[in-house]
Structures are given as C-alpha cells and as structure tokens.
Design a protein around this ligand. Structure first.
Ligand SMILES: [Zn+2]
Length: 118
C-alpha cells in the first residue's frame, strides 16, 4: 500500500511504481505547500537578522550617547535601523517599549527614543 504524498490517502494499487500522487492537482498542491514552508522559514531567518541588526545599532547608539536620554529617530534610521523587528513590545503609561535581545527602547510620539540596557 502506498499513500499520496499530498493528501495521505491510499493510492490505487494499479498506479505505476513511480507515481506518488493521485493526480497533477495533488502534485501541484504539494509543490506549493513546500514552497510556502521554505519561504516562511526564510522570512523567520530574515526577521531574526533584523532583530540582531537593530540590537547592534542600539548598542552603538548607547555607547555614543549613553542610556536613558532622548535620541532623535533619524539617527538610528540613518544607520539602517528597521523599526519593525523586536522580540516583544510592552505598553508603559501610553508609551510603547520595544524589546531587543540586549536592549530595549521607548518610542515617543515626537519621534524620539530612549534606550535602556536589559
Ligand atoms: Zn492525493
């Protein structure tokens, strides 16, 4: 007994030995679902690279300016900061705190941030 590689249902016993799907549609669905898996895997790697990249930029800013002071958003932006990658966010009295692996930062409405070491 042989199972279809897409839908997992049994394939007719008279199917050729090298036939692994019920039909072309099952074959195509399997191909597309594999592609989706690999692209979401790629996205997750890209996302963790962004998080690390942003963490490095924040650590440079902290070394240059110190912690817990206001820094204009244009500065990290000019260094390639993505603004969309973080490990988690948190809301403290209406201000959003973005967490990175070694630092976190508060983003204020007037386009300024404050950096904290974790
Ligand atoms: Zn099938």
């Amino acid at each position: 007994m042989k199972l279809c590689r897409y839908c997992n249902a049994e394939l007719p016993s008279w199917y050729a030995k090298n036939k692994w799907y019920h039909n072309e549609e099952d074959k195509e669905c399997r191909r597309l679902s594999k592609m989706k898996t690999s692209s979401s895997f790629y996205e997750s790697i890209k996302e963790s690279n962004n998080v690390l990249n942003d963490d490095i930029i924040i650590s440079k800013l902290a070394a240059q300016n110190g912690l817990n002071i206001f820094i204009d958003c244009d500065i990290p932006t000019s260094m390639g900061f993505t603004w969309k990658s973080y490990t988690k966010t948190e809301n403290k009295e209406g201000v959003t705190i973005y967490h990175l692996p070694s630092y976190s930062y508060e983003l204020f409405a007037d386009r300024k941030i404050k950096i904290y070491k974790k």
